[in-house]
Design a binder for this molecule. Structure first.
Ligand code: KG4
Ligand code: ZN
Length: 345
């Protein structure tokens, strides 16, 4: 028997709904919020208000596009956390009400687990390859930067993470310093393609093991620009592409050198021949990181998994697929579940 699951994502500033038939994606609709553009970052109150406006049309469109009726749904999965509490509450309340109204189970999904499970979303013909357990995932988003060792769909262990800023924050804060609009990551990526990644060098921190630190990079970038602007007030304008290319290359190198270390450690610990590695989260959309991973595949023989762009940044398809795997286990949430702002465990 086939199961249709509705996934709802509202943890930050994207309102998204998706329908999945088992693990096959049927629709994935996202409304972005332009209201934050003038503020240089997400304003929580405006985000939750925009979610309230968007959630009904987004869900209706997802159901329509999937070409099913509401009463065919088997369950509703939603993001419980982490994220902005006011934003999460909109998805949580809506999911609870709809599950009551339709009398179908409710499934709570952790946003970070869902980013990883986005690798199991299947195309209509189910031909896209999926990682085999166990595998290593580098989750890089606006709020998190983690190495996760995945033994099974919900058996995940964090084996390294940032001790301060996330990789996405490093992109966004560097962009802000250059006066680029929020969110800065995609804009840096775009301009970087026109610049020289070796034009400027920034010092990288020396953090032991599989942990990261990105806050020093932001500070050295800030001081570097402050000094250059004293000499030439148009410095940023004149060198924007090279600055973007150089800061992106630095962040990607920091991620890739730790990833090589994590692969080395895991390859020693695991059976010989193991080499499955995935990236997930908003920063996995970065073209420099994607290219670097492809190079590692060619040069080091890693078996790489890069999510399609629509599943890199926040989306409900990943919530729906995570919901499907919980549905198979009969792992349902009660009407008493509440959202959480901070990462669990
Ligand atoms: O996973 P995500 O959509 O939301 C969170 O859960 O945080 O990640 C958002 C982050 C932002 O910091 C954004 O600037 C970054 O992902 N991002 C990128 C790119 N696309 C999104 N960073 C670099 N290059 C990109 N192409
Ligand atoms: Zn995310």
């Amino acid at each position: 028997m086939q199961h249709y699951i509705l996934g709802i994502e509202s943890s930050c500033d994207d309102t998204s709904a998706a329908i999945i038939r088992d693990d096959v994606i049927l629709s994935n609709i996202t409304a972005n919020q332009d209201v934050h553009r003038n503020f240089g970052g997400v304003v929580p109150e405006l985000a939750s208000r925009a979610h309230q406006q968007n959630i009904v049309p987004v869900i209706e469109t997802a159901i329509q596009k999937a070409n099913i009726g509401k009463n065919q749904l088997s369950a509703i999965a939603f993001t419980q956390g982490p994220g902005l509490l006011g934003s999460l509450l909109v998805g949580t309340s809506f999911a609870k009400a709809l599950s009551l109204g339709l009398n179908i189970p409710l499934i709570v999904v952790d946003h970070l687990q869902a980013h990883i499970l986005s690798h199991f979303i299947r195309n209509e013909d189910r031909t896209n390859p999926v990682p085999a357990f166990p595998f290593l995932c580098l989750t890089v988003s606006g709020g998190h930067t983690q190495f996760v060792w995945i033994r099974d769909y919900f058996d995940m262990e964090i084996i390294g993470q940032t001790i301060d800023d996330a990789a996405g924050e490093a992109f966004d804060k560097s962009a802000k310093i250059m006066g680029l609009p929020y969110p800065g990551g995609p804009m840096i990526d775009k301009l970087a393609q026109l610049g020289d990644p070796k034009r400027f060098t920034f010092s990288k921190p020396n953090i032991p093991g599989l942990n990261f630190s990105f806050s020093g990079l932001k500070t050295s970038f800030l001081y570097f620009l402050r000094d250059e602007l004293k000499k030439d007030p148009d410095f940023i304008e004149k060198h924007k592409n090279d600055l973007c290319a150089s800061i992106q290359a630095t962040i990607v190198e920091m991620l890739m050198s730790k990833l090589a270390l994590a692969m080395e450690q895991k390859r020693e610990a695991e059976t010989r021949g193991w080499a499955d590695v995935a990236i997930a989260g908003g920063v996995s959309a970065n073209s420099g990181l994607r290219k670097a991973l492809e190079q590692a595949r060619d040069q080091r023989g890693w078996n790489i998994f890069i999510p399609p762009l629509q599943y890199s940044t926040d989306n409900a398809a990943m919530i729906a697929v995570a919901g499907y795997f919980k549905f198979l286990k009969g792992d349902f949430g009660s009407q008493g579940v509440t959202a959480y702002a901070r990462a669990q465990g």
